[in-house]
Design a protein around this ligand. Structure first.
Ligand SMILES: [Zn+2]
Ligand SMILES: [Zn+2]
Length: 138
């Protein structure tokens, strides 16, 4: 029996998941796709190894959307619209989890900002000392 480091769920509670390990790294994404997806200036998300993720309920409710130009597929709850994960179809081990859907303290803090070249004009990027990457962070 494994102990979960973290749990999370969507707004309607249909999708529930657990992570066996605390994510190693988190950051803010300022890309235009994240702006549209969230309706906000940036999205806080952690990188995870897909092997650490278990969908405990509602896997059938998850839907994915991928931009025709490629990039990470965005996974969301088809009932309530909460965005939960991202996944790279070419390498499904690489996933992301949105920090806002983790229950309580995610035990990781954003350490970088990526796609700052595409940042929303209506919200200045805070002077918080985090690494900044005009494109994707590596
Ligand atoms: Zn939901
Ligand atoms: Zn993004």
């Amino acid at each position: 029996m494994s102990t979960s480091a973290l749990t999370g769920h969507c707004n309607c509670g249909g999708v529930r998941f657990s992570l066996s390990e605390v994510p190693p790294r988190a950051g803010y994404c300022h890309c235009t796709r994240c702006q549209r997806r969230t309706g906000a200036a940036a999205s806080a998300q952690a990188r995870i190894d897909a092997a650490t993720l278990t969908i405990d309920a509602g896997e059938e409710l998850l839907r994915g959307w991928r931009h025709p130009d490629g990039g990470f597929e965005k996974l969301f709850c088809s009932v309530c619209g909460s965005h939960l994960f991202s996944r790279l179809p070419e390498d499904p081990a690489q996933m992301g989890v949105r920090l806002g859907v983790i229950d309580g303290d995610p035990q990781v803090r954003p350490s970088f900002r990526q796609f700052t070249a595409d940042a929303a004009v209506w919200e200045p990027i805070p002077e918080d000392g985090l690494e900044r990457h005009p494109g994707p962070a590596r």
